[in-house]
Design a protein around this ligand. Sequence first.
Ligand code: SAH
Length: 225
Amino acid sequence: MARGQDDLQHRGIGMTSQRTRERLIQRLYEEGLSNAAVLEVIRRTPRHLFVDEAFAHRAYEDTALPIGHNQTISQPYMVGRMTELLLAAGPLDKVLEIGTGSGYQTAVLSQLVERVFSVERIQALQERAKERLLALNLRNVVFRWGDGWEGWPALATYNGIIVTAAAAEVPQALLDQLAPGGRLVIPVGAGDVQQLMLIVREENGFSRHVLDAVRFVPLLNGPTA
Ligand code: SAH
C-alpha cells in the first residue's frame, strides 16, 4: 500500500472502505472459504458497526476483537467457516445460535437462513446486538437472555445450531433440540485450544466430525446482567 494511503487509513479515513472490505473477502477466499453466498454476505455486512469505535479501524482485519465484558467478536474467517459448515447440506429455515455477543455472526446468519433464534447470557451485550440488527433492518431474529447450555427448548427443534463459545462437553440439551438431519457446529474442549466439531442428527443417533483446532472464549453457566 502506498505510504499516503496508509496515513489516511490511520487517521480513520477509508478504514471501512469498500476496498478494505474486498481485501478481507479475497483473504478469506485464499484461506479456503468457498461458499459464494457466505462470502457475499460477509462482504456486505458492516463489521465496523459491531466493534467498539476504538477498534473500528481494525474491523476488516481477519482477527477477533474485544467487545467488552471479557468477550470477543469472532474472527471473520471463523464466522465464515462455521456458517459454511452449517449450510453445507442445503438451506436451513430455523437456526439456533448460542452466544450472540456483538451480533455479528447473528447478522451474517440472518441473511442466509429463514429465522435465527439467538441466546446470550450477558444482557448488556444482547441489548446492543439487538439495536445493531434493527438498525440494519435484519428482522428475522429473535433474542433470548438465558443460558445456552439449555438451548431454547420452547421453540425446538432446529435445523441448525451454532455455538460461538467453547463447551467443555457437548450440551445434551442442544443434541435433544436438533431436528432430524439437523447440524450442530460447536467448539469443544476445556483448554485454551479446542476442536471445532460438526455433529449431524442421523436416523439412528448422531455422526460426529472433529474438524479444526480453534480458540474460543468458554461457554459459561447461567445468565447475568
Ligand atoms: N458470535 C459472537 C461471539 C461472541 S463471544 C460475535 O461474533 O460477536 C461468545 C459469546 O458467548 C459471549 O457473548 C458470551 O457472553 C456468550 N456466552 C458464554 N456462555 C454462554 C452461555 N452459557 N449462554 C449464552 N451465551 C453465552
